[in-house]
Design a protein around this ligand. Structure first.
Ligand code: ATP
Ligand code: ATP
Ligand code: MG
Ligand code: MG
Ligand code: MG
Ligand code: MG
Length: 255
């Protein structure tokens, strides 16, 4: 019986809707810090890149991969992270709202819980929040194009920010620095760094230039009586994910 007193439960249930993501597609959940421009100022992040903040983000991403075996890859830069679920995943029946909310909330609570490990002498002044969205990519090639886009974005932003903060730190106002950089191409920015600051852009740490990739690698074999199972460990790497080489070296990620 579905009647609880005078309540018609089937009728009430009929208002909820399903938001199942297309089967056999790569699901990407991308989360992004809300108003982190302000958050980074309030918490005095080093500019242009605070390594502690990135390591905190990476540690939260590792916690997400530890929780969900179906997440095969993650890529993070600045205040964002993209989580890739394998094509065949049936996690939470592929419901977008459930996948997004569970990943975003786990990531956020990890961020708060781990804060003091990465910023031992800095108080967390207010609760950070992240937004999240789900997108399906129908082929590995389009998924790779998505990831390449994020890494190109990382490069472009980082190069701009490197120039911007060098100008600001040598005494230019923020608006002046903005004006100098307006419309400049990659090559011009590299030259500005080289000639004005005698600074080689490519000497910057890879975590800043390339962003962070999180995935599982074989750590060895676990021998049981009947067969051997691969022992996997989750690693964080600052690699080039645009080139074929990375995906050829790690064929199991997108298999
Ligand atoms: P929105 O809520 O729309 O996402 P936002 O302020 O978070 O707004 P983003 O485009 O997401 O804007 O940019 C994140 C900003 O957070 C960066 O521009 C930078 O100022 C700051 N930020 C994030 N991570 C770091 C870091 N590791 N070091 C220094 N600054 C950072
Ligand atoms: P799911 O992940 O599917 O939601 P669940 O274990 O969270 O699984 P729920 O149906 O959401 O299952 O039920 C929440 C359970 O949490 C309750 O059955 C109860 O065991 C426990 N619980 C929640 N709040 C309290 C509380 N205030 N006191 C004691 N137990 C609680
Ligand atoms: Mg945003
Ligand atoms: Mg943001
Ligand atoms: Mg962002
Ligand atoms: Mg539930």
């Amino acid at each position: 019986e579905n009647e609880i007193g005078k309540l018609n439960v089937d009728f009430i249930r009929s208002f909820s809707f399903e938001d199942k993501l297309m089967p056999f597609t790569w699901i990407v959940i991308r989360i992004d810090g809300c108003h982190f421009h302000r958050f980074s100022e309030v918490h005095e992040f080093e500019k242009p890149n605070d390594e502690r903040a990135l390591n905190l983000m990476n540690s939260c991403a590792v916690a997400v991969l530890e929780e969900f075996g179906d997440i095969v890859f993650a890529y993070g830069v600045s205040d964002e992270y993209s989580f890739v679920l394998k094509r065949t995943s049936m996690l939470l029946q592929r419901q977008a709202s459930q996948l997004v909310s569970v990943i975003v909330s786990l990531f956020t609570s990890a961020y708060v819980a781990k804060w003091k490990c990465f910023f031992p002498h800095k108080e967390l002044k207010y609760q950070p929040s992240f937004d999240g969205r789900a997108v399906c990519y129908p082929s590995s090639q389009i998924l790779r194009d998505y990831l390449s886009w994020r890494q190109v974005d990382c490069h472009i932003n980082n190069q701009y920010n490197t120039c911007f903060w060098m100008l600001v730190k040598e005494g230019k106002s923020k608006s002046e620095a903005q004006r100098i950089l307006k419309g400049t191409q990659t090559k011009e920015k590299n030259e500005l760094l080289m000639h004005k600051f005698n600074f080689d852009y490519y000497s910057i740490q890879e975590i800043f230039r390339r962003g962070s990739s999180v995935f599982r690698v074989k750590e060895g074999q676990l021998e049981t009586v009947e067969h051997s199972i691969d022992r996997l460990k989750i690693i964080v790497s600052y690699c080039d994910i645009i080139e074929d080489n990375f995906w050829e070296t790690h064929p199991s990620i997108l298999d």
